[in-house]
Design a protein around this ligand. Structure first.
Ligand SMILES: [Fe+2]
Ligand SMILES: [Fe+2]
Length: 144
């Protein structure tokens, strides 16, 4: 069997779906490699900053590493802006969705909400809500 027998999902049988599950497991093993290749694309993404998004990601991960952060934090720091490639308007949520199956909840939550927290620095300059982070006040993973 090289392909499923069906052309519509409703017509697939157990043999088809067992076959696809094997392929899915093998494909998932390549997730880290695909993400690292995507990370390189950040060198060509948002311009205007003093460092590329790839440079920023490497800085973030390096700082986390030097601070003694564990692997979940380092990975999240490295990939926190990976969503810039395909989801420029909700890049934080996109990145968190990618990372959630692989890291602990606290880390994926921080990735998911980092866009809200950083608004404190520039929200008032771009017509946004500078205090957007306040919606997370009191959350167990919030810093305030
Ligand atoms: Fe970001
Ligand atoms: Fe960032």
């Amino acid at each position: 069997m090289e392909q499923v027998k069906f052309t519509q999902m409703k017509d697939g049988d157990k043999e088809d779906y067992d076959f696809l599950t094997i392929h899915e497991i093998e494909y998932a093993k390549g997730t880290a490699d695909r993400l690292l290749r995507a990370l390189v694309e950040l060198d060509e993404s948002l311009s205007g900053y003093k460092v590329t998004r790839l440079g920023h990601s490497l800085q973030s991960a390096t700082r986390a590493w030097r601070d003694g952060a564990d692997i979940d934090w380092v990975v999240c720091a490295l990939l926190h802006d990976i969503g810039d490639i395909y989801a420029p308007y909700n890049h934080d949520e996109y990145a968190a969705s990618i990372l959630r199956p692989f890291v602990r909840e606290q880390c994926s939550w921080v990735v998911q909400t980092h866009g809200d927290f950083q608004m404190i620095y520039y929200g008032h300059h771009v017509g946004g809500d500078q205090n957007k982070r306040d919606r997370h006040a009191g959350h167990p993973y919030s810093s305030f």
